[in-house]
Design a protein around this ligand. Structure first.
Ligand code: AMP
Length: 368
């Protein structure tokens, strides 16, 4: 079998790693000459809307999938015209490319989301404040990632300037959720509608970028864990999603509030390579190729620490008990994800010391 992937970064690289033992060959489309996945997959170096590139990445492929949600509509249309099966289906992309549609979908499913109002002109500020109040967060509806395209609004008086800063239109203003911690849940859905959910995890961010994930989320009551998984299932079913999907969540004293949906493998699921029976990458490959999904259960407890900005010394990371290091082969740059370290242990107590060591090394490299 053969899989095409739009995007050739680290997510595609780990998808290709998961495809290889199944005998699935992989081609990736990515304009960057040094795309991470190019180390192990056939790399078509062309723009995402380049017709010859799209032809090449899909040639002979059973399915084409993607590693990021901001795929140009023209690319999907071209693949459809070629008769290529693209999974997840377009509904997953069109909904998750737009924060407003995403929130509307979840609210319609009875999932708690932050109060929000749409802003299409500076004059919409007053109505948005009446509806949502302040403080809040103003976000672009499209193309935001890692905390980019959003501005904190401390008081009502700050909203007009924030609207101007983000371009005045196509914005969503959300009430600030008083969360105790951030969680996420990764689920996979097969072509036959079968569903599996990973244990919900706890995520810590720094500068708007994921810095650390602990799996399963410590001390999450079983009813809350089930509620989080039910959110993932409801979203996957409503979208008719095929493959892996992640929902980012806030844990609050009043229960779980959903923030956003990623229709793809997610950084908060990287722990599953070593920490789960079947990784999110293996389950995405299985899902889109119509193969049976694998067991998402955790093997013990795991943590994932992102390597951002510069890389700590490899030997120092490998000296940590239970550590597995994944380096993406990318050039160092402030705020850029260069790799991650996963730690697996039998218990939270046994995880604490190695996690602290990995965090210290990665934090120093982030600061460097
Ligand atoms: P997002 O791009 O929506 O994932 O937002 C990036 C980060 O901003 C989240 O991980 C939260 O830490 C924070 N954030 C986003 N939306 C809200 C909200 N409505 N209330 C509180 N914090 C938020």
């Amino acid at each position: 079998m053969r899989l095409g992937i739009l995007g050739g970064g680290q997510l595609a690289w780990m998808l290709a790693q998961a495809a290889e033992p199944l005998g699935v060959s992989v081609a990736v489309l990515d304009p960057s000459p040094d795309a991470a996945a190019g180390r192990i997959a056939e790399h078509v170096a062309a723009a995402y809307d380049d017709l010859a590139g799209l032809d090449a990445v899909s040639a002979g492929a059973d399915v084409v999938t993607y590693e990021f949600e901001n795929i140009p509509a023209a690319a999907v249309a071209r693949l459809a015209a070629l008769g290529v099966t693209v999974l997840p289906l377009p509904a997953s992309l069109t909904t998750t490319q737009d924060r407003a549609r995403e929130k509307e979908l979840m609210r319609g499913l009875g999932i708690h989301v932050a109060p929000y109002a749409l802003i299409d002109a500076p004059a919409d500020a007053a109505a948005a404040l009446t509806q949502v109040g302040a403080p809040g967060i103003l976000k672009t509806r499209r193309l935001g990632y890692d905390g980019k395209g959003q501005v904190r609004v401390a008081t009502a008086a700050d909203l007009p300037a924030a609207i101007r800063e983000l371009g005045g239109t196509d914005l969503i203003y959300e009430g600030l959720v008083a969360f105790t911690r951030e969680l996420s849940v990764v689920v996979a859905r097969g072509t036959d509608g079968s569903l599996v959910a990973y244990p919900p995890v706890e995520n810590e961010h720094r500068d708007g970028i994921l810095s650390c994930t602990v799996a399963p989320a410590p001390a999450l009551p079983p009813a809350q864990a089930e509620a989080a998984q039910a959110i993932g299932f409801a979203v996957a079913e409503a979208l008719g999603h095929i493959g892996v999907l992640c929902v980012e969540l806030f844990d609050t004293p009043d229960g779980i509030v959903a923030n956003e949906i990623a229709p793809r493998v997610h950084n908060s699921g990287h722990w599953s390579i070593e920490g789960a029976v079947t990784s999110q990458f293996a389950n995405h490959v299985r899902g889109v190729l119509g193969l049976p999904l694998g067991d998402p259960s955790a093997r013990g407890v795991a943590a994932m620490v992102n390597i951002v900005g510069t890389e700590p010394e490899l030997a120092a990371l490998l000296a940590i008990s239970g550590a597995s290091v994944h380096t993406y082969g990318k050039a160092p740059r402030p705020g850029r994800k260069l790799g991650h370290v996963t730690l697996v242990a039998e218990s939270s107590a046994a995880l604490a010391a190695p996690l602290a060591q990995a965090r210290a090394l990665c934090a120093a490299a982030w600061d460097a």
